[in-house]
Design a protein around this ligand. Structure first.
Ligand SMILES: [Zn+2]
Length: 383
């Protein structure tokens, strides 16, 4: 085993990072890991961090996976590893200043001080500028690993100072193998989930292990078949938004409550006390942040629903064109064939375009219901 085991389907990136970790001549102190959602950016970043810290077992270095440095880095407890995690709405300038201070310190026990920023694209321009100098001339024992969906998502000034590593979408079979090996998922279920998730590792795991997630996805795909007229289309759009809202609330509510309790405790306010006016703005700011996070989450869920729908129409097109490739949604074979029989390839392409347009409009902050109604109306059978 090695720290690279969980970095699935990325032989080129692994070879490059592994070499950098073991050969000082191949080393760089600022990295930019890019790859589509689910390609395993943060997993690769942590594996790289572990490989950098690895002190070796039986002469094997560069991420043996067994030494103390490897295991603590992977577990996130290594004292010289700092990870800025994903669930923040934006990475603030103060956080980045703290990171730079951390980056300036020599490692306490490790070979390097490694700072991983999982969503470097969530930094405002001003924040990014603060980071520039630190990345340009880091102390010799400091390594910055920035992650983003694509190189275009970070400012050119950052991009040009980092060495880029591009992750690809891993093959479904590789993702399935990981689920079987690591999570003990049944091989058949694993492959179905990996295909349905279009190789998004985290999503595949959830689909394989969480019945609710699977049911929600099935419900989204069934919507395509139920739309017969404009009335159904409008109802379907509302349903998609409701499901996404419910999921966003379910995943954020608990954390919101904990954060609020922590803030009040930090401000010295006891439960049930009236909040003194001078503290209200701080609470307001937290609530605003939380609202933004819920909105973002809702949009992420909606976007995923649309990716699912796209995969369904892609399957429809595959059937219509008689192509001999695996269906993403093999378990929805009946729906795929019914839709294929009921339309032409040109109509299918138009429907896929409508889904793509809706995704763009959501990204551009159009009201979700509006964007989705236009989409579902375009999905209804055309004469
Ligand atoms: Zn090791």
């Amino acid at each position: 085993m090695s720290v690279w085991d969980d970095v699935v389907g990325q032989p080129d990136a692994v070879a490059l990072l592994r070499r950098a970790a073991t050969d000082p001549a191949a080393m760089t102190h600022a990295w930019l890991l890019t790859g589509p959602p689910g390609s395993g950016r943060s997993v690769a970043a942590r594996a790289f961090a572990a490989a950098l810290q690895c002190t070796g077992t039986d002469g094997e270095t560069g991420g043996c996976g067994r030494c103390h440095a490897c295991t603590t880095t992977l577990a996130g407890t290594h004292p010289d590893l700092t990870v800025v995690a994903t669930d923040k709405v934006v990475i603030t300038i103060d956080e980045v200043r703290d990171l730079i201070m951390t980056g300036a310190r020599t490692p306490s026990s490790g070979r390097f001080r490694v700072i991983v920023v999982e969503d470097a694209d969530r930094m405002a321009e001003r924040t990014t500028n603060v980071l520039l100098k630190a990345i340009e001339e880091p102390p010799p024992h400091t390594v910055w690993v920035l992650c983003a969906p694509s190189a275009q998502d970070v400012l050119p000034t950052i991009r040009s100072r980092c060495r880029g590593v591009v992750l690809r979408v891993p093959p479904a079979q590789d993702v399935a193998d990981l689920l079987v090996r690591r999570d003990g998922v049944d091989p058949g279920v694993a492959l179905t989930a990996a295909r349905a998730a279009q190789s998004h590792v985290g999503l595949a795991r959830r689909l394989a292990r969480d019945d609710d997630a699977r049911r929600r996805r099935d419900a989204v795909l069934e919507i395509a078949r139920r739309i017969r007229g404009v009335g159904d289309a409008v109802l379907a759009a509302g349903e998609l938004v409701d499901v996404a809202t419910a999921e966003a609330v379910a995943t954020t509510a608990e954390r919101d409550a904990v954060e609020k309790a922590e803030l009040l405790r930090a401000l010295g306010v006891h439960e049930g006390d009236t909040l003194p006016p001078r503290l209200r703005s701080q609470l307001k700011q937290l609530e605003d942040d939380q609202k933004r996070r819920a909105t973002r989450r809702q949009r992420d869920v909606l976007d995923r629903s649309m990716v699912d729908l796209l995969s369904l129409y892609r399957d429809v097109l595959v059937v219509q064109l008689g192509a001999t490739v695996d269906l993403v949604n093999a378990e929805h074979d009946a729906t795929v064939r019914a839709l294929a029989a009921d339309s032409t390839p040109e109509q299918t392409i138009r429907r896929m375009d409508a889904i793509g347009t809706a995704r763009e409009r959501l990204e551009g902050n159009v009201a979700p219901l509006l964007a989705l109604e236009a989409m579902t109306v375009a999905l209804r059978p055309q004469g």
